[in-house]
Design a binder for this molecule. Structure first.
Ligand code: ZN
Length: 128
């Protein structure tokens, strides 16, 4: 009867110490799932959400609805939620004001409706 490798899940006729191969045993010893801040995994609780990439130190006080969720290279990722685009814009500007315009890059902008992401229709009129 075949058993499954504890790392890759492959059915193997013969396992050595729960693993199908020396490679899987070696990887199992060194691999750890990446850990995420709880705020990174929380379901969206606001209609609008942004993810920001921030270079350099974060401001001591972050706007409401804003939480650090991780880092990539030298940059920190912030998750930012607001009930509308105007509030979200204001919070992004607050962070950009504290960190410097060049230090803040908007990585994602999302709009949620009941049940998930809002349909991809134009959300705001362009103002020229
Ligand atoms: Zn395996």
């Amino acid at each position: 009867m075949s058993e499954r490798c504890r790392l890759c899940g492959r059915l193997a006729a013969r396992l050595e110490g729960d693993y199908c191969s020396a490679r899987c045993r070696e990887l199992a010893g060194s691999y750890a799932s990446p850990s995420h801040a709880a705020a990174a995994l929380a379901a969206p609780a606001t209609a609008c959400q942004a993810t920001l990439l921030v270079t350099g130190p974060l401001p001591p006080a972050l706007p409401a609805g804003c939480a650090p969720i991780g880092r990539t290279g030298a940059r920190q990722l912030l998750r930012l939620g607001a009930d509308g685009w105007d509030d979200l814009d204001a919070a992004i500007e607050e962070i950009a004001g504290a960190c410097g315009e060049d230090a803040v890059e908007v990585f994602t902008l999302q709009h949620f409706a009941g049940g998930g992401l809002a349909p991809a229709t134009p959300l705001r009129e362009a103002t020229a």
